[in-house]
Design a protein around this ligand. Structure first.
Ligand SMILES: CC(C)(COP(=O)(O)OP(=O)(O)OC[C@H]1O[C@@H](n2cnc3c(N)ncnc32)[C@H](O)[C@@H]1OP(=O)(O)O)[C@@H](O)C(=O)NCCC(=O)NCCS
Length: 316
């Protein structure tokens, strides 16, 4: 039936075809509303949406990557669909992803985009979720995404507390990017954050600090929001980097230098970020941290942030 399927990036004229697939599987999913909205803001593009068709032009599979609007490079895979009548969903999805990965590599992107799957906190106990994940995880692995990481998704909303400033720390703006590069370098030491650890391995201490600066600068938050944190005696403790993404305000990034860890300063830094966004009228503050970054997850729990979901990240 699927004698010679074709695997290719879509073009503008394919829009109806791209929007024609539906699913009732309980996984994060680009439905027509989301797809059109993201197409409108540049997050999705025809060229970053890969499709498979049979000889008659019918849609057999679709994979949608997301990118920063100002970047050519697809940053994360959002969703994969394979028509239920395709006999080997794993193999077929792996062929579609493999074809796209080859094209990404040919374009000079050394690292494959991660695949981000958005799940409920209790996803492990739900058989329908397990079934939807099973073939996707197998296909991801076959197409080169062999790493797996769980990020806890948190949110603050206005009915939750806004902590008072305790006075244990003093916050000051710092316009010099080089000071932040040095702090990113120091706080990466002993970090339990998977991204930071992998970037350290890949780029070395200075390289990861510069990459962190670049990616923080790319976020839609203002550079002037970034603050350094000192003790009242003037000793540097860390930084707060409240920011935003396309969904609104986010905690962004915070760090405590190694010699100041274990004194509860993370609570002060998160408190400062919460106060900052709340004072600007935020309706929601989003945040993510690795399940393995236990001190940070505990800090969100203590601050009353709600763990409303999990982001399962599949990496190269
Ligand atoms: C996560 C982080 C902000 C915690 O800061 P902190 O001020 O030390 O937090 P706490 O004082 O609440 O520490 C809680 C406990 O975790 C321990 N801990 C903190 N960071 C740790 C680390 N990187 N590795 C191992 N243990 C750590 C502390 O020693 C403390 O243990 P204790 O209660 O037995 O004394 C800090 O480790 C850090 O800057 N990490 C790197 C950057 C990072 O991960 N940022 C968050 C990204 S989302």
């Amino acid at each position: 039936m699927f004698f010679r399927p074709t695997f290719r990036p879509s073009v503008e004229a394919d829009l109806d075809l791209v929007l024609s697939c539906t699913t009732d599987e309980p996984v994060s999913w680009a439905d027509p509303d989301r797809y059109r909205r993201m197409l409108g803001n540049g997050g999705y593009r025809p060229a970053h949406t890969w499709i498979a068709q049979d000889d008659d032009g019918r849609l057999l599979a679709r994979a949608v990557w997301w990118a920063f609007p100002e970047s050519d490079r697809p940053l994360a895979l959002d969703c994969v669909w394979v028509a239920p009548e395709v006999p080997d969903r794993v193999g077929f999805a792996a062929r579609l992803l493999g074809a796209a990965h080859d094209a990404f590599r040919a374009a000079g992107w050394a690292e494959l985009p991660e695949w981000h799957l958005f799940l409920d906190p209790g996803w492990r106990d739900d058989p329908a979720v397990a079934a939807a994940l099973e073939w996707r995880l197998a296909a991801a692995e076959r197409s080169g995404l062999t790493g797996r990481l769980e990020r806890l998704r948190y949110e603050w909303t206005p009915e939750l507390p806004v902590p008072e400033a305790s006075g244990r720390l003093v916050f000051r703006a710092e316009p010099d990017d080089e000071i932040f590069v040095e702090l990113f370098r120091q706080t990466a030491e002993g970090s339990l954050d998977d991204d930071t650890r992998r970037n350290l391995e890949r780029l070395g201490a200075d390289g990861q600090a510069r990459e962190t600066l670049d990616s923080c600068l790319q976020m839609p938050g203002e550079r002037s929001w970034w603050l350094l944190a000192y003790t009242p005696e003037g000793e540097l403790v860390g930084f707060t980097l409240p920011s935003a993404n396309q969904g609104g305000p986010v905690v962004g990034y915070l760090g405590v230098v190694p010699k100041m860890r274990g004194r509860g300063y993370a609570d002060e830094l998160l408190g400062e970020i919460t106060r900052f966004h709340a004072a600007r009228g935020a309706e929601r503050i989003g945040a993510d941290t690795d399940r393995d970054n236990r001190p940070m997850a505990a800090c969100f729990d203590r601050a009353g942030y709600r763990n409303f979901g999990v982001r399962l990240v599949l990496t190269q």
